[in-house]
Write a protein that binds this ligand. Structure first.
Ligand code: NDP
Length: 252
């Protein structure tokens, strides 16, 4: 079961949709207080209402992880209402696909700023919370959502894959720094998952190709499958750290 989640204070980025939303809901259902972070305030408010209606506790905290001041303000808000966090999930991310020779520096910078620098800004904002929770003998978790794209080669996804390779390596090194102080670091690399992620691709061929993958790899993973995994890893006994998980649809 997920008994290790009751009474914990979680921060989930990307909570407006997909994996972040499903994770926030599941953690709350098992008794964690959950701060919901993403840009779309309406979506966050709606989710907070749903969680409250189900008897859980959630706080909508609109934030843009590409903006350092916004992240600092969000962390202040979380601390003001909930105090320090002991479970941080980095699920916010964007996937924009184009061949490198399309020269889409706008997309490259947006992905780097969201998927890599955004993750670092969140880690920076909540690192002291996690270290303090662990020092006080409580479970402390950092979960980063990377991707199978960190290893697999998909033409059109060079920069996205590079941002996820960065997250995977960052997680491994962070674990070597935090693990000895009892903060668990878990890196999750999902395969094809049905969410809003592909909706921002503006290259028609690559958008169609992704749609085709959902036809072939059916069923894909669901956001709830990833939430289930995150609830599992964060509710293990404190000395058990699943450090690196590749999770794929069986048909992928
Ligand atoms: P979604 O697009 O549904 O979720 C992404 C979330 O990130 C949204 O809630 C979005 O909310 C938030 N977000 C995006 N940009 C920002 C920003 N600048 N500041 C704050 N929040 C932001 O897709 P997924 O659930 O699939 O994505 C979750 C993670 O999983 C991502 O890191 C993705 O790369 C990864 N992943 C997904 C796979 C898949 O097949 N779906 C496979 C492997 C990995 P808002 O727009 O309101 O800010």
């Amino acid at each position: 079961g997920f008994g290790g989640l009751a009474g914990r204070t979680a921060v989930v980025t990307g909570a407006a949709s997909g994996m972040g939303e499903a994770t926030a809901q599941l953690l709350a259902a098992h008794g964690a207080r959950v701060a919901l972070l993403a840009r779309r305030a309406d979506r966050l408010a709606e989710l907070a209402g749903k969680i409250a209606a189900d008897g859980g506790e959630a706080l909508a905290v609109p934030v843009d992880v590409t903006d350092a001041d916004s992240v600092a303000a969000a962390a202040s808000r979380v601390h003001e209402v909930y105090g320090p966090a002991d479970l941080v999930v980095n699920a916010a991310g964007v996937m924009l696909a184009n061949p490198v020779d399309a020269g889409r520096t706008d997309e490259w910078l947006r992905m780097l700023d969201t998927n890599v620098a955004g993750v670092l800004r969140i880690i920076d904002a909540f690192r002291d919370d996690l270290l303090a929770a662990a020092a006080a003998g409580r479970r402390a978790d950092l979960v980063n959502v990377s991707s199978i794209g960190a290893h697999a080669v998909f033409p059109g996804y060079a920069v996205y894959g590079a941002t996820k390779a960065a997250v995977t390596h960052l997680s491994a090194v962070l674990r070597s720094e935090f693990g000895p102080r009892d903060v668990r670091v878990t890196n999750i690399e999902p395969g094809l998952t049905g969410t809003e992620l592909g909706g921002h691709i503006d290259n028609p061929e690559l958008a169609a190709q992704l749609g085709g993958m959902f036809q072939v790899i059916d069923p894909a993973l669901s956001a709830a499958d990833i939430a289930d995994l995150i609830a599992y890893v964060t509710s293990r006994p404190a000395h058990v750290n699943l450090r690196q998980i590749v999770v794929l649809p069986t048909r992928q």
